[in-house]
Design a protein around this ligand. Structure first.
Ligand SMILES: [Zn+2]
Length: 114
């Protein structure tokens, strides 16, 4: 089995086996990461996985987990963020759905004669 050498911020260099390393390869390469629990202090260490790191870990026997980011997460957003007041206003508006339903029911509908 391949020995993977990594560095824990608190303990320094550590040696891991491939099952001890989690490799997540994201559709947005800047979000790919690898993680492991340090065998000495048990802290989780998580770092960005560059394309080169992905290649090295994969060839070392680490199974890559694919992560496809939903398109909605990548959308550009404009305008102000919603506030708690906006959420409260929305909640109050939902309480008025009976009024909205009554208005919608009052709209004349077209009837087709057979
Ligand atoms: Zn450590």
């Amino acid at each position: 089995m391949t020995t993977i050498k990594a560095t824990c911020p608190g303990c320094g260099d550590v040696e891991l086996a491939s099952p001890q390393v989690r490799l997540v390869v994201c559709s947005v390469s800047a979000w790919s990461f690898y993680a492991f629990h340090c065998p000495t202090c048990t802290d989780e260490v998580r770092r960005h996985a560059t394309d080169e790191v992905v290649r090295l870990l994969s060839t070392g026997g680490v199974t890559a987990e694919p992560w496809d980011v939903p398109a909605e997460a990548l959308e550009e957003r404009a305008g102000a963020t919603i506030s708690w007041d906006d959420v409260l206003d929305f909640t109050l508006a939902l309480e008025d759905t009976d009024v909205l339903a009554a208005i919608a029911g009052a709209v004349p509908t077209t009837r087709h004669l057979a």
